[in-house]
Design a protein around this ligand. Structure first.
Ligand SMILES: Cc1cc2nc3c(=O)[nH]c(=O)nc-3n(C[C@H](O)[C@H](O)[C@H](O)COP(=O)(O)O)c2cc1C
Length: 154
């Protein structure tokens, strides 16, 4: 269970940079990972244990990025619970919007509602405070790696 699927929702590329900054740290910690810039549920086996790391920005008025919407639609059509999915969420957004990081909150709620289990806390990065989000995420990732190690050891 040491292969992590990094699922990216991004419009302007910021969340992609965040995902790309995370990947080498996961590899250093001994985890294989795959980046998905156009996440497709059909390429992820729901029959096996899965670890997903969602890196997602918010657009529109609290909307998912366009490239992520088909994945959310696919999830909404799944009838079985996602009991074998463990996930983390990194959101990026701007606190000048009333709908600050709505997309990361919504995907977190959706996955939880479907029976998936979040590892650690969601990490939302405010670009108004942290204009280089790929630097700020480096503060969170060691904690998430500890959470990953805990489930691997169990
Ligand atoms: C048109 C537009 C709408 C946005 N709407 C929101 C929003 O509703 N909530 C939020 O937290 N951030 C919002 N943002 C800020 C983006 O989430 C932020 O700029 C982020 O870094 C973009 O990430 P990306 O490059 O991965 O698309 C918006 C940005 C733009 C340009």
């Amino acid at each position: 269970m040491s292969n992590i699927q990094i699922l990216v929702g991004s419009t302007l590329g910021g969340a992609e940079y965040v995902a790309e900054a995370i990947q080498p740290l996961l590899e250093e910690a001994g985890f294989d990972s795959e980046l998905h810039f156009d996440p497709d549920l059909n390429s992820l086996s729901l029959q096996q244990d899965q670890i997903w790391l969602i890196c997602i920005s918010t657009h529109g008025a609290g909307d998912y990025p366009e490239n992520f919407k088909p994945f959310v639609e696919q999830l909404q059509q799944v009838n079985a619970p996602l009991n074998d999915v463990r996930y983390g969420v990194v959101g990026i957004g701007d606190s000048n919007y009333d709908t600050y990081c709505e997309a990361s909150k919504n995907i977190d709620f959706l996955l939880e509602d479907m029976g998936a289990v979040r590892l650690g806390e969601r990490f939302d990065i405010d670009v108004a405070e942290h204009p280089i989000p790929e630097d700020h995420v480096l503060e969170w990732i060691p904690m998430w790696i500890e959470d990953l190690n805990d489930i691997i050891e169990d």
